[in-house]
Write a protein of this length. Structure first.
Length: 487
């Protein structure tokens, strides 16, 4: 009686212990499995009983309690093997998050262990069970065909590996994001909106998959815009290519380019192709490029030109026409407090200037006390640091200005400005400002406020970096000291 109850007690003890240990950490349960596996191995070795009998007769000759120990040895061995596999794969982030392969492998290990226990250890006649399970499998297959489709699609992904955890993919026109998990039924995609999209494997298999992380994470894109048909296409294309220099996220390789895509009777269509290092920079770069392209075209008179831009002044050096400075001065924050008559006086005293690529506009440390306004082209702003290394702060394009602190205080330029492309500029000398201040002392405070506000605007970050840190303090005393001193 005792020998008959012994297998039941052994199995019961193992089962109760396993259930009782479920609230404990995984390490405690794993230690329990390993200790009992070693104990079962010792018992089988002690009684010289192989865990896999050679034939059914040997199995029948083995005491029942030893058969129970052999069965437990196989089941615990399967758990220990699965634990070891999981521990090994967890060191690899990609395998840890792609759960399909570990889950299927664990299921195969448990199925094999149970089959060995039933057929070899216990020598049970399971032919009828197999026949019945075939019918049951057909019924379950019909009932779970969608789930099985997901499983087999997941297996196909594991074999073909069109993407891995961490890759950025797009599924048709519906879902795009980073794969954060792959399991036996679905994949989980972290979208750009910080949502997690759970897509069944069968749906993924039927979708057009684009892996945006292979061979690199670089992403190519484009923007499209229209210009009046009367605008010169060559000038428009050159201006749009200049606009790409003003966008730091755009990669230098592959080169960005602008092309004419459609001619029309009233407007023509252009496309600017560019690349960024990652998809997360795509939307912000498109926004930045559209704004810079609009500014470059607008101040060049190529994009819905206004009447004021048709008024031109000749360039003293080249004889080619310049756009009127008045619209540019009206758009500058520094002069927002001036009246129309005062702006007209400034416009009458600006000096046009043209630069060839590579020509220096002003050098770091220079004291020209002049404000420069870019009419067209690109200026490169660079600075020499304390380590005598020169680095580029950024680029400035049409409609932007630099040197307001030098204009108002006589402070030396904190950076060097060099023409990156053919440039046209206006220069405004401090003597013109001095006449305005002499006529209206209230402008001291207005210039102080406008200069500080202009340096705080986000799109003027390059101009702000080109000034020394002292501009963070109030400028009004420095403005008074500069203009009140006889010159």
């Amino acid at each position: 009686m005792t020998s008959a109850l012994l297998p039941v007690l052994i199995l019961g003890f193992v089962l109760v212990s396993y259930i009782a240990l479920r609230p404990f950490p995984a390490r405690v349960r794993q230690l329990f499995d390993f200790v009992f596996f070693v104990g079962a191995s010792f018992a089988l070795f002690r009684y010289q009983t192989p865990p896999l009998p050679g034939n059914g007769g040997a199995a029948n000759a083995t005491p029942l309690w030893l058969q129970a120990v052999a069965g437990i040895w196989w089941l615990l061995g399967a758990r220990v093997l699965v634990t070891a596999m999981t521990f090994t794969l967890n060191h690899n982030r990609r395998w840890r998050e792609a759960r399909l392969f570990p889950d299927l492998t664990a299921a195969a290990i448990y199925t094999a262990a149970v089959s060995v226990v039933l057929i070899s250890v216990l020598a049970l006649p399971i032919g009828g069970l197999i026949a019945t399970s075939g019918v049951l499998a057909i019924v379950l297959g019909l009932a779970l065909q969608n789930t099985l489709a997901d499983v087999f699609a997941g297996i196909a992904f594991g074999i073909e590996a069109p993407f891995n955890v961490g890759d950025r993919i797009s599924l048709g026109d519906k879902t795009e994001g980073t794969v954060v998990q792959m399991n036996w039924r679905s994949i989980r995609i972290l979208t750009d909106g910080d949502d997690v999209a759970i897509v069944p494997n069968s749906v993924v298999a039927k979708s057009d998959i684009v892996n945006r992380s292979f061979p690199t994470r670089d992403r190519s894109a484009f923007i499209e815009l229209s210009c009046p048909a009367t605008s010169n296409p060559e000038r428009v294309i050159d201006t749009l290519q200049q606009a790409t220099l003003l966008c730091p996220p755009i990669l230098a390789v592959p080169h960005s380019n602008a092309v004419l895509t459609r001619l029309g009777s009233t407007e023509s269509r252009y496309r600017v192709n560019f690349s960024v290092s990652d998809t997360e920079h795509l939307s912000t770069t498109k926004d930045l490029l559209l704004r810079h392209a609009r500014r470059q075209l607008y101040y060049s008179g190529l994009y819905f030109p206004r009447a004021a831009q048709d008024i031109r002044t000749p360039d003293e050096d080249t004889g080619r026409p310049f756009h009127s400075p008045l619209p540019l001065l009206q758009d500058i924050i520094l002069f927002e407090a001036l009246e129309a008559k005062q702006l007209a006086e400034l416009a009458a005293h600006v000096s046009p200037r043209s630069l060839e690529p590579g020509e220096v506009l002003f050098a770091q440390g220079g004291t020209d006390a002049t404000l420069f306004i870019v009419v067209s082209g690109i200026l490169q702003i660079s600075q020499v640091t304390e380590s005598s290394a020169e680095h580029t702060l950024g680029f400035m394009g049409a409609g932007e200005y630099i040197g307001e602190v030098s204009l108002l205080t006589g402070a030396p330029y904190a950076a060097t400005a060099t023409a990156r492309t053919h440039c046209k500029l206006y220069g405004l000398d401090c003597k013109v400002i001095k006449r305005l201040l002499a006529a209206n002392s209230d402008l001291y405070a207005e210039f102080d406020r406008s200069a500080r506000r202009g340096l705080a605007i986000l799109n003027r970050g390059v101009a702000a970096q080109a000034n020394d840190d002292s501009v963070r303090q109030s400028l009004i005393q420095r403005i008074r000291a500069f203009f009140d001193n006889p010159r």
